[in-house]
Design a binder for this molecule. Structure first.
Ligand code: HPA
Length: 273
């Protein structure tokens, strides 16, 4: 099935379940999904019930849309996302972002768990993404351009909208929520990086590494959606500490950082978006 038809069918499916019109999209990363439980008058749509839709295969990721309000804002949240390492092509795994756009989303918050490359970041801290390095080896805009969303060669000079970043920094500061900032680099995964790869990432200017977010951010910018990215630094990246990395630790640390994360999200909803 063509991507365009799949997007349109998914939009129709969701609009057949609810006439709620979201303005803000939120993608919840590993261990961060429970924010969606705070939405008022929620409508749940399981990915598995949507014809042709991908399914999330990762532990710590649920696999559904939750539509509802929080602080008077109309939100569509993804509880669980898709990753390149699951074997999905990047145009397919980012398809929900285009669905959100067609449902009316103008602003998107992308969250993830990431390994800290910048050694000054404490484990469990939150990082505002200032920019990214696409080291996934692919681009979600490969293939025929979907002109209805954006141009063939979209500008990527301001992926994580500068205005919103300035506002977020000030608002987090005012709320007393510590917020690091830096460059996020995607590695394809699913194996964690080697210590040499992390030294390379640092040399190239990365502050954090992860396996998501970049394809979604590219597709969102292509479609003219404004983006904020927040990483939870769930571990120091490979080789920094003398200990192996595990997904269980990643999920546990992000779950512990959850209160700060929710506080930051509320600041974003109230003062930034
Ligand atoms: N590397 C890649 N992805 C990650 C990491 C990491 O260290 N931690 C959480 N996601």
């Amino acid at each position: 099935m063509s991507m365009k038809i799949l997007i349109d069918d998914t939009v129709q499916y969701i609009q057949g379940k609810t006439d709620f019109k979201p303005e803000i999209g939120i993608v919840l990363g590993s261990g961060l999904g429970s924010f969606a439980d705070k939405l008022e008058n929620p409508v749940y749509i399981d990915y598995g019930d949507i014809p042709g839709f991908p399914v999330s295969t990762v532990q710590g990721h649920k696999g559904r849309f939750v539509l509802g309000e929080r602080l008077g804002r109309k939100i569509i949240a993804m509880q669980g996302r898709f990753h390149f390492y699951e074997g999905y092509d990047q145009d397919f795994l980012t398809m929900p972002i285009r669905v959100m756009k067609k449902l009316g989303v103008e602003k998107l918050l992308l969250t993830n768990a990431a390994g800290g490359v910048n050694t000054s970041f404490p484990v469990g801290s939150l990082m505002m993404i200032t920019d990214h390095i696409n080291y996934s080896g692919k681009n979600p805009l490969f293939g025929a351009n979907l002109d209805e969303f954006g141009p063939r060669f979209p500008d990527m000079g301001d992926v994580y909208t500068k205005d919103l970043r300035v506002k977020l920094k000030a608002a987090a500061n005012e709320a007393g929520i510590p917020l690091q900032e830096g460059v996020y680099m995607i590695y394809p995964g699913p194996s964690y990086e080697t210590p040499a790869e992390i030294r390379m990432a640092r040399t190239l200017g990365a502050d954090a590494v992860g396996m998501s977010t970049v394809p979604e951010a590219i597709v969102a910018r292509h479609a003219g959606i404004q983006v904020i990215g927040v990483s939870c630094i769930s571990n120091m990246a490979a080789g920094i500490l003398d200990e192996p990395l595990s997904h269980a630790d990643v999920v546990e640390v992000t779950a512990r950082a959850h209160n700060d994360f929710v506080a930051l999200l509320e600041v974003i909803l109230e003062k930034v978006f």
